[in-house]
Design a protein around this ligand. Structure first.
Ligand code: TIU
Length: 226
């Protein structure tokens, strides 16, 4: 495993990847967002746009674990009594079924329900922190920042779904807290191809205003022993 920072290909310019202070943060790869028959599909979304990210994430997570680096996972979800669910989030969209209602895989986006859990392909190992978040950003109302500070983390590789919603919100939150973020484009997905494109362009525009965009094979190659 490399212990020194190494320059890897990225846009808008090469990223100085330092494995010793870098964590992998996999955002919301949950059954309800990705599985056919889940809440996402129930709302009319094309889950295949998200499912293409499973295999690249699986390979990256395997390489990350092999290198002995910190991997973390998030899940969007709420308390069973909905005490942490903003009323506006509950009614937004005017859908027939919303958060907390009975859905295809248990109560929709409620912690502990089957649909709220992480897909089996990327299931966390014991010891890998799982952050349950009530919002789109992984820092809001969670202990993510505290955990990263205690572990001396200064860089994040952010993957998961969806590119323009929870991934972008988290990258922006991380950027304001002083973390450098690298987003491998093959490991993030949107239900909408045009938002995938613009979601990534917004991160790397203006000299990398929120971070860097690259690819997972670039990271995996950098993790190989020297
Ligand atoms: N994880 C995440 O992005 N939550 C969403 O609600 N995303 C949508 O794109 N709706």
């Amino acid at each position: 495993m490399n212990t020194k920072a190494i320059e890897i290909a990225a846009e808008p310019y090469p990223f100085l990847f330092d494995p010793a202070v870098c964590a992998l943060l996999i955002i919301d790869m949950q059954r309800d967002f990705l599985e056919p028959g889940g809440f996402g599909e129930m709302l009319g979304n094309d889950v295949s746009q998200l499912r293409r990210t499973i295999e690249p994430n699986r390979r990256l997570l395997a390489a990350w674990r092999e290198a002995g680096l910190l991997a973390m996972h998030t899940r969007e979800g709420h308390r069973a009594d909905l005490a942490d669910l903003p009323p506006c989030k509950k009614i937004r969209g005017r859908a027939a079924q919303s958060i907390g209602d009975s859905g295809p895989m248990g109560r929709i986006l409620i912690r502990g329900e089957a649909g709220q859990d992480i897909i089996s392909e990327l299931y966390p190992l014991p010891g890998e922190p799982v952050i349950d978040k009530p919002g789109k950003g992984a820092f809001w109302a969670t202990d993510l920042h505290a955990i990263l500070q205690h572990k001396g983390i200064r860089q994040l590789v952010v993957t998961g779904v969806t590119t323009e919603v929870c991934v972008n919100t988290t990258v922006r939150e991380a950027n304001d807290r002083g973390y450098d973020c690298y987003v491998p484009e093959d490991c993030v997905g949107s239900y909408y191809p045009e938002f995938q494109d613009y979601g990534l362009r917004m991160i790397k525009a203006q000299g990398g205003i929120f971070g860097w965009v690259g690819r997972s094979d670039t990271l995996i190659a950098a993790l190989k022993p020297i």
